[in-house]
Design a protein around this ligand. Structure first.
Ligand code: GTP
Ligand code: MG
Length: 201
């Protein structure tokens, strides 16, 4: 163009940015999910799993796993021109619990990833968000060879409230991971709406 007018269209509004946590037990696919959807190169804080850690860090079912998140994952996804999510993946190992309060600050909602082969590993995350009234959804990462169960079976096994969405996903798949994030945003916004209504009436 003659006078260098940029052809790039500027967004009409500044996007709303929301913070979403991606939580769950050790090796459930949190880093994978953030990496699958992030439009920026995700920030990772991976350390190699050591021989010494073997008794503590069971990689049963995810034997190809040789690193673990020691602080957080960070990624970003634009869901719409006016809606951007900042994603924070938590570390999965119990010894990094002290980081969760920092990561949870200011978050709109959370995804708790679960693996049906070790469902109990996500109890702590479910508990954490319930106690703090942070809206969350449960996404079962369907690993090959893991048992498939209906959402309601997962719901009762985790003793979830009826309004907590439960869905299946493949953390490696961008569209699947994106659907999980859309569900958590919708759920969290609905919860905020309900809380507001409650405050008015
Ligand atoms: N088959 C299969 N493998 C997966 C899937 N998601 C993740 N993986 C693999 O499982 C392993 C664990 O994934 P990570 O994303 O590192 O898990 P994480 O929850 O971030 O682990 P920590 O940070 O250590 O708690 C990796 O080797 C992935 O390639 C999946 O949906 N299917
Ligand atoms: Mg990780």
């Amino acid at each position: 163009m003659a006078f260098g007018r940029s052809s790039r269209r500027k967004p009409l509004v500044e996007p709303v940015t929301l913070k979403i946590l991606v939580a769950g037990g050790f090796g459930v696919g949190k880093t994978t999910l953030v990496g699958a959807v992030s439009e920026i190169r995700p920030l990772r804080t991976e350390e190699t799993l050591s021989e010494a850690g073997r008794p503590v860090d069971s990689v049963e079912g995810v034997e190809q796993k040789n690193t673990t998140t020691v602080a957080m994952d960070f990624g970003r996804i634009t869901l719409r021109e006016d809606l951007v999510l900042y994603l924070f993946g938590t570390p999965g190992q119990d010894r990094f619990w002290f980081l969760w309060d920092e990561l949870a600050q200011g978050s709109l909602g959370a995804v708790v990833l679960a693996d049906t082969r070790r469902l109990e590993d996500c109890f702590a995350a479910v508990d954490y968000f319930e106690r703090r009234s942070i809206p969350f959804t449960v996404a079962v990462n369907c690993f090959d060879g893991a048992g498939r169960y209906p959402g309601d079976t997962i719901r009762s096994a985790l003793d979830l409230d009826p309004d907590v969405p439960v869905m299946m996903c493949d953390a490696r798949d961008r569209e699947s991971a994106k659907a999980v994030l859309i569900a958590v945003v919708e759920h969290a916004l609905a919860q905020v709406g309900k809380a507001r209504e409650h405050a008015i009436t």
